[in-house]
Design a protein around this ligand. Structure first.
Ligand code: 13P
Length: 402
C-alpha cells in the first residue's frame, strides 16, 4: 500500500536535492496518465486536487479513484488538496483521504493569512496530516493564458517567511519568486537570490506553484535552492487538449476524441519527473517514508434499557455526527448476524492516522455524543484501536490485495 507520509516524502526530496511533482488532475485520464508515468519512471508522485477545479469533476468520486490508484501503486504516492479555500475544505479533504493539505490564504494581509493557516495547521496536525501554506502571491489561473490574469505578483520576503513558518507551524512553504500560474509567453525571470535567502531562513521544503513554462535550467536552480515540490498543471492540460484536437475528425465520437490522452499526459509527466530528479527514487522513498495506514477504532457492545428502534436512531446520529470530526474516514454501524453473539452491536470508525485516536476522543462532538447518547445505554462494551499491518513477523502488508 504505497500511500506514504507526505512529510517524510518531501523531507527525503529536500535532503537529497530533488523535487516531487504535485500534478493536478481533472479526470480519470489525468489520474491514469500521471500514475503510469510514476510507475514507468519509478518516481514518487503527489496526486494534487485543486479546489479551484471542483466545478469540473466530483471531488468525492475523484478522491475514491485517487485512493484506489495509490493503494495499488508500486511507487510512493501522496494525495494533496491544492489551494484549499477554508478550514471546512481541509477537513473534508482529509476525511476523504488527502494526506497533505494546502491552505491558500495568500491573498489576505499577513495577519489574516497567519490566522487562517494556523487554524488549518492545528486541525490537520491533530490528524497527523502535514500542511502547505503560501506567503506572497503567485498570480494567474491554472490552464489559462497567464497574460490574461496579470494580477500583482507579491514576492515572498525571507524574514517574513521565517516568521510565518514559526507562527503557523506549516510543514511546507509555497513561495512567490516570479512564477505565475498558467500559460506563459517567454521565460519568466526568477529571483534566485531571494529564494536562497528564504531557504536559509526557513530550512524546510519549499514549494513552487506555476511550474508550466519554466526551463529545465530554471527547475534545476529552483531545486538547488530548497524547492522540493513543484506544482504542475497547465502543460498537462495543453498536452491533453492537443491530442483531442488531433483526434477531431468528422464523425469522431467521445472515446475516439479521448484516444491517446492518457499517453499524452503520461509523457509530459514523465518528462517532468526526469527534470525534477525524482525518477528512480521510488525505492529510496519507500524505505525512508512511513506508510500511510488508517486505524480502525472498533467497539463491540450490548445495550440496556432501550429498544432496537432507539438503537437505530442512535446509530444514525452517530454516523452523521462522528463522520464530520476531522480525521474520520468513515463510520460503520452494525448488528450481529447470529442471535447468540457475545456482543449484539458494533461501531467501526476509521481514522486516517494514529494521531486521531486522541484528537477524536477529545473532540467536543464526540464527547457530547458518547456522554449523552452512547455510554448511558452501552455499559457492556469492549473497544480496540488497531492498524492494518504486516503482523508480528513483519511479512506482507496486512492486506490481501497487495
Ligand atoms: P501551472 O498550471 O502553471 O503549471 O501551475 C500549477 C499550479 O501551481 C497548481 O497549484
Amino acid at each position: 500500500m504505497p500511500l506514504v507520509n507526505m512529510k517524510d516524502m518531501l523531507a527525503h526530496a529536500y535532503a537529497e536535492g530533488y523535487a516531487v511533482g504535485g500534478f493536478d488532475l481533472v479526470g480519470l485520464e489525468f489520474l491514469d496518465g500521471i500514475m503510469q508515468a510514476a510507475e514507468r519512471e519509478r518516481s514518487p508522485v503527489i496526486l494534487s486536487l485543486a479546489e479551484s477545479h471542483f466545478d469540473y469533476y466530483d471531488f468525492e468520486l475523484a478522491m475514491a479513484a485517487s485512493v484506489a490508484a495509490a493503494e495499488r501503486a508500486g511507487v510512493p504516492v501522496a494525495i494533496h488538496l491544492d489551494h484549499g479555500a477554508s478550514l471546512e475544505s481541509a477537513v473534508r479533504a482529509i476525511n476523504l483521504g488527502c494526506n497533505g493539505v494546502m491552505v491558500d490564504a495568500s491573498h489576505r494581509p499577513y495577519a489574516g493569512n497567519v490566522a487562517a493557516t494556523r487554524e488549518v495547521t492545528h486541525m490537520a496536525h491533530a490528524c497527523g496530516v502535514p500542511v502547505e501554506g503560501e506567503l506572497g502571491y503567485v498570480a494567474g489561473v491554472e490552464g489559462e493564458d497567464a497574460e490574461r490574469h496579470p494580477g500583482e505578483v507579491v514576492y515572498t520576503a525571507p524574514d517574513e517567511a521565517a516568521r510565518f513558518v514559526a507562527e503557523t507551524g506549516v510543514d511546507f512553504l509555497a513561495v512567490s519568486v516570479g512564477t505565475v500560474h498558467g500559460r506563459l509567453r517567454g521565460e519568466p525571470r526568477l529571483d534566485f537570490e531571494r529564494l536562497a535567502a528564504i531557504n536559509a531562513a526557513v530550512g524546510r521544503p519549499l514549494v513552487i506553484h506555476g511550474g508550466t513554462g519554466l526551463s529545465d535550467e530554471q527547475f534545476r536552480r529552483l531545486i538547488a535552492n530548497g524547492v522540493s515540490k513543484i506544482n504542475y498543471y497547465t502543460a498537462l492540460a495543453d498536452a491533453a487538449a492537443a491530442r483531442i484536437r488531433a483526434n477531431d475528425r468528422e464523425g469522431a465520437g467521445y472515446t475516439a476524441l479521448l484516444a491517446g490522452v492518457r499517453e499524452a499526459v503520461a509523457e509530459e509527466t514523465a518528462r517532468c519527473m526526469r527534470v525534477f530528479g525524482s525518477s528512480g527514487r521510488a525505492e529510496a522513498v519507500l524505505a525512508a517514508a512511513a506508510p500511510w495506514r488508517p486505524v480502525e477504532h472498533v467497539i463491540l457492545y450490548n445495550v440496556e434499557g432501550v429498544g432496537e428502534a432507539e438503537v437505530g436512531d442512535m446509530m444514525a446520529e452517530g454516523r452523521r455526527v462522528l463522520s464530520r470530526i476531522p480525521g474520520v474516514r468513515r463510520v460503520v454501524t452494525g448488528t450481529a448476524v447470529k442471535a447468540d453473539a457475545r456482543y449484539r452491536f458494533c461501531w467501526l470508525v476509521e481514522f486516517v492516522h494514529p494521531a486521531v485516536i486522541d484528537s477524536y476522543r477529545e473532540h467536543p462532538d464526540h464527547k457530547a455524543f458518547a456522554d449523552n447518547r452512547f455510554r448511558p445505554v452501552a455499559g457492556d462494551r469492549v473497544s480496540i484501536d488497531y492498524q492494518a499491518g504486516p503482523g508480528p513477523d513483519g511479512a506482507g502488508s496486512g492486506r490481501s490485495d497487495v
